[in-house]
Design a protein around this ligand. Structure first.
Ligand code: SF4
Length: 432
């Protein structure tokens, strides 16, 4: 497949406007604002089958169509580009922002045009200091050329784009928390409804899309929905996809391939295979740390929303973490639980207390002090979190825990019964 989203990555001065325009950049924006209505852009994206690349996989065009058709001047529309990429194992948006910022800006502008917004924000995680600087410089260049700001390309449409840096909280990637943070408040999620399209940031109609999602839009506008549908697995898993590969592989990194790439092809061909031949594949977390783990015997699967759902897990952010036979699954799950406990905002009791319980019990098992009833306790706490919280962070902590305990029960049991590690790599090694 030709490189689409990453076509500029690796080019000299890939962040400059000159290089971006030389490769056809901003032609889609020109086409949209001069020859298409906002509804026509939305319809083309709807037809393309593009689904959100941030994790939920919701139809992008459908999401845009929820926005009011008329703009009340007292309640302007806002487009928020969610660049708060904080999911462990996920680093694809960073590549786009740092290496091809004008693609991110053009996608943001097209999204704003489609929903009739005159202001867009790129909400970037606080730790991405370098990426924020790259985006700011690119925005200055675009502004100076009339691509951002007043009367864009002489079309009569005004749209300002701002970069807003978060303070480093994972929860601010959740859309209602992101809006709260953008307003200057604490990044607390809230219940929906009202949905952002009804009452979003500052109470105004708002659409929130992921960086990679919006980066697809210039290509859809330029080449059409049929072209986009011809990549991947039509009708529901279309287009190019960025996969983040990390863990025990020879060549970790971000890889672009069609949606629906077989997982083993990503690991063995693009990723160069397992890191050490003496340690075979044991498990893969396919979509960032918040999704259920797959055992090696479940890894003959295509990387798309529906194939992974059929296996009881999710594509999520497509952050694949590969674990070989040397991995202690108790230690791995303990790290994941620590992360979610630390990042819980504390509003809901099942998440605030439950994530703490998961971490403490996992730590107890990992350090050789596990009790006979601990596995039942982990399952019960996880089940009591799922579906009982304001936002999905609680589920993000509980779903991996359920799957780790169910699929690697022998390993957990061994830690409890024998105070030693089956994989031979946990901290218990030096203790017992
Ligand atoms: S689920 Fe957790 S992170 Fe989400 S609102 Fe509740 S306490 Fe906060």
């Amino acid at each position: 497949m030709e490189r689409i989203l990453t076509r500029n990555v690796g080019k000299e001065n890939s962040t400059s406007l000159a290089v971006y325009e030389a490769g056809g950049g901003y032609q889609a924006l020109r086409k949209a604002v001069k020859t298409m209505t906002p509804d026509a852009v939305t319809d083309e994206v709807k037809k393309s089958g593009l689904r959100g690349r941030g994790g939920a996989g919701f139809g992008t065009g459908l999401k845009w169509s929820f926005m009011p058709k008329e703009v009340d001047p007292r309640r302007p529309h806002f487009l928020l580009n969610n660049a708060d990429e904080s999911e462990p194992g996920t680093f694809k948006d960073r590549l786009l922002m740092e290496r091809d910022p004008h693609l991110v800006i053009e996608g943001t502008l097209l999204g704003a045009y489609a929903i009739r917004a005159c202001v867009a924000y790129i909400y970037i995680r606080g730790e991405y200091v370098f990426g924020a600087g790259v985006l700011e410089r690119a925005l200055d260049e675009a502004r100076a050329k009339g691509l951002v700001g007043k009367n864009i390309l002489g079309s009569g449409w005004d749209c300002e784009v701002w970069v807003h840096r978060g303070a480093g909280a994972y929860i601010c990637g959740e859309e209602t928390a992101l809006m709260s943070s953008l307003e200057g408040n604490r990044g607390y999620p809230r219940l929906k409804p009202p949905f952002p399209a009804q009452a979003g940031v500052w109470g105004c109609p708002t659409t929130i899309n992921n960086v990679e999602t919006l980066a697809n839009v210039p290509f859809i506008v330029e080449r059409g929905a049929d072209w986009f549908q011809s990549i991947g697995k039509a009708p529901r898993n279309t287009g190019p996809k960025l996969y983040c590969l990390s863990g025990h592989v020879k060549r970790p990194g971000v890889y672009e391939a069609p949606m629906g790439l077989p997982m083993m092809e990503l690991i063995h061909e693009l990723g160069g295979g397992m890191l050490r031949p003496e340690f075979p594949l044991k498990a893969v977390i396919p979509g960032g740390s918040s999704v259920p783990v797959l055992r090696a015997d479940e890894c003959e699967v295509d990387l798309d929303f529906d194939s992974l759902a059929a296996k009881g897990t999710m594509l999520g952010s497509a952050g694949l973490m590969v674990m070989d036979a040397s991995t202690c699954m108790v230690a791995a799950m303990e790290r994941v639980a620590h992360f979610y406990h630390h990042e819980s905002c504390g509003q809901c009791t099942p998440c605030r207390e439950g994530c703490g319980w998961l971490e403490r019990v996992l730590h107890r098992i990992e350090s050789g002090r596990g009790l006979a009833q601990d596995l039942d306790l982990l399952m019960s706490v996880s089940r009591n979190i799922i579906g009982n919280t304001i936002c999905a962070l609680g589920d993000a902590a509980a779903m991996p825990c359920l799957s780790f305990v169910e699929k690697f029960r022998d390993e957990f049991r061994h830690h409890i019964d024998h105070k030693s590690c089956l994989a031979g790599t946990s901290a218990l090694q030096g203790v017992c």
